[in-house]
Design a binder for this molecule. Sequence first.
Ligand code: ATP
Length: 260
Amino acid sequence: MSEPKLKIEGLNKWYSGRKSQVHALSDIELELADNEFVSLVGASGCGKSTLLSIVAGLQGFDNGVLLTDGAPIVGPGLDRGVVFQSYTLLPWLTAQQNVEFALKAAGMTAAECRDVARHHIELVKLDKFADAFPSQLSGGMKQRVAIARALSYRPKMLLMDEPFGALDALTRHQMQELLTQIWEEHRLTVLFVTHDVEEAVYLSDRILAMSINPGRISATFSVGLSRPRNQEMISTVEFIALQKEVLAAIRAGSQGELEH
Ligand SMILES: Nc1ncnc2c1ncn2[C@@H]1O[C@H](COP(=O)(O)OP(=O)(O)OP(=O)(O)O)[C@@H](O)[C@H]1O
């Protein structure tokens, strides 16, 4: 049997606060299969971003096991693409050059960089804006560039932290559709952090609800909706019922264990 794309066992993370330690992640157990789309939801402070950044290799953890394809994650790597909520584009480079920049760093020749970047700019439907600078792009367009950049070196896993959190509702829906299209065509493993339960249900195969104090995975939901997904599904009885269940789990986990 093949190794899971991501395997986490008994992972703990503490932060040192001014007065006491914060147990940000407590005994996290998680497996992501190849090509699975999994969302993390939960009240603010339950450890979603911490977990994502640990998987990205951007910060360490105190104990536990963290493996991708059976190998330990010891730092950032090109096998994992990351997209954050805040736009992380270089303002002095065009959309195309922002994508090329990442590829140059990955060791491609100039010609390869140009072709691969162009392909991914087209994939996110930004062909007409390839030569625009970030200041000339809307929030949704900037996130398209960030997604193109993250996908351009063909990671096995895409880690997304509230990538559409700063966008208006219409743009957000468009970005969700684009992401599902890309994911359904190209298939990769996605770990997606969101506060928006509707977004989690719409995008995911599985939703993990986290609870706070300490940060734990408190409930898991399989999303049985068929694929390809479309926005009409959002008003179906099945969709709304699952949304309610996930919301109830988030509410139940939002208080944390009583202080003592
Ligand atoms: N660098 C840090 N130093 C100390 N404590 C931290 C640090 N980063 C996060 N924390 C604490 O760890 C806990 C988890 O934070 P984290 O940002 O991972 O939660 P989150 O679920 O992503 O929250 P949000 O939804 O608001 O982004 C919180 O109590 C937070 O205050």
